[in-house]
Write a protein that binds this ligand. Structure first.
Ligand code: EPZ
Length: 429
């Protein structure tokens, strides 16, 4: 298994191009199932999760063509055609590696009247149930059955629009419902919908495919169902979490980094927080400059659905705060078990105490490199940031987590002056 080895203490300086957003691309790939016409996606990042999702729709019968680099930031262009769907079952083998596989349920149900999806089960960051997805499908008239670890949804006579009020904000359930409702009969009103930029991207794509969805950017979305959708040529939005991760990396190394191909508007909560910690953040049209001289000041934060501070940035912020002057109280409100990075950061010299959903981070003068590992994507990237800001060598194990969400991580960091390399553990005997 590969590791990433970082020799810390290098000041980052230069430009990092930001890739297309993994979490926007995944639902767009699922959306191809809604029509028999080609859906072309641009600015796709080259990531393990994107390959898994593409493989999943191919298993169902989708034809995927292209995949070449067409953008200056390395973004790829892929055309997906779901003209010959032969299968409506998303198998365990693929679903267990990626929870977002559940997103094929809404489109399959809407277009073919049935879907069978392996239950994703729990994962490292919490129990992560799918009840909100299933309740939403039931509200549109689907029957839901659970058997042998699979959820089977069916609506032989089609889905019927309805009012769906989510008891809790869910990005995935909002996406699944949007796709199902796009082809339902009549109107669906989604209340307490997620407002993440990735939802906006999906609404844009579905509307380009002929859907009638309004209310984008608010927590109430109205979907007027149509009989069929057509193809489209869409562009995946920039990855705000990748960008936010490099913002933290620039700050912890007291560097001066410009991010290109980014949407500064989607990062306002992160920018505001960094500014209150003393970091200089300058917003351009499609750029963000992040500069820091000295240690940041400890700042308290609570994760919230968009437009609040993202849970997907909590671990990276904690790494930054580990070297702050003063203390930071970091509260996680979205997932119940998203502090797995804490013991690893502590092994690098951080002073962190967990109290339920909050972590008290008392900033220390120095972090010291160590072999570390993490059990999820963002926890792993938090250890990369800590390694960049630490003295000596840090080795982050289980690199496959990083490969799920960060395109060419070592290359991008090396280009701005970090000492980072991928080390293969492959034995030669
Ligand atoms: C999306 O996951 C993202 N994944 C996650 O990013 C992100 O952390 C999360 O949204 C929150 O922003 C993708 O977009 C592919 P949710 P999702 O449904 O949709 C509970 C990353 O690192 N819930 O908004 O699965 C759930 O347990 C990943 O890139 C239910 O109770 O998250 C959580 O507490 C990790 N029942 C809360 O809602 C349900 O049926 C929000 O989860 C669904 C969710």
């Amino acid at each position: 298994m590969d590791r990433i080895r970082i020799t810390g203490g290098q000041r980052l300086s230069g430009t990092i191009p930001i890739s297309g957003a993994k979490n926007a691309a995944l639902p767009l790939i699922a959306a191809c199932l809604l029509t028999d016409k080609p859906l072309t996606l641009n600015n796709l990042p080259d990531l393990a999760d994107i390959k898994t999702m593409t493989r999943l729709v191919e298993t169902l019968g989708v034809e995927a063509t292209g995949g070449d680099v067409t953008e200056a930031n390395g973004g790829r262009r892929l055309t997906l055609t779901a003209a010959n769907i032969t299968e409506t079952t998303a198998p365990y083998d693929l679903v267990r590696t990626m929870r977002a596989s559940i997103l094929v349920m809404g489109p399959l149900l809407a277009r073919f009247g049935r879907a069978k999806v392996s239950l994703p089960g729990g994962c490292a960051i919490g129990t992560r149930p799918v009840d909100l997805h299933l309740n939403a499908m039931e509200r549109l008239g689907a029957e839901v059955e659970l058997e042998g670890g699979y959820v089977m949804v069916s609506a032989p006579n089609g889905l019927i629009g309805n009012r769906v009020t989510f008891p809790k904000v869910s990005v995935g359930a909002t996406e699944n419902l949007l796709m199902a409702a796009a082809l339902a009969k009549g109107q669906t009103i989604i209340e307490n919908a997620a407002r993440e930029p990735e939802i906006g991207d999906l609404v844009h794509c579905l509307n380009s495919m002929g859907a009638k969805i309004s209310g984008q950017g608010t927590d109430t979305l109205t979907v007027d169902g149509v009989d069929e959708l057509h193809g489209a040529d869409e562009r995946v939005i920039p990855d705000r979490i990748e960008a936010g991760t490099y913002m933290m990396a620039a700050a912890i190394t007291e560097g001066d980094v410009t991010l290109s191909h980014v949407d500064p508007g989607a990062l306002e909560a992160v920018t505001a927080l960094l500014r209150s910690a003393g970091v200089i953040v300058e917003e351009g049209d499609r750029t963000l400059r992040v500069a820091m001289d000295g240690r940041v000041t400890g700042v308290d934060v609570e994760t919230q659905p968009y437009p609040g501070f993202p849970t997907d940035m909590q671990a990276q912020l904690m790494a930054l705060m580990a070297r702050a002057q003063g203390a930071a109280m970091i509260t996680e409100t979205i997932f119940e078990n998203r502090f797995m990075h804490v013991p690893e950061l502590v092994r690098m010299g951080a002073d962190i105490t967990v109290h339920g959903a909050s972590s008290l981070v008392r900033g220390v003068d120095r972090l010291v490199g160590a072999p570390v590992m993490a059990t999820d994507l963002r926890a792993s990237s938090s250890l990369i940031i800590a390694g960049l800001g630490a003295e000596g060598v840090t080795e982050v194990n289980r690199v496959y987590h990083l490969d799920r969400g960060y395109e060419r991580l070592e290359e991008k960091l090396t280009a701005v002056g970090a000492l980072v390399e991928r080390v293969s553990d492959e034995r030669t005997f």
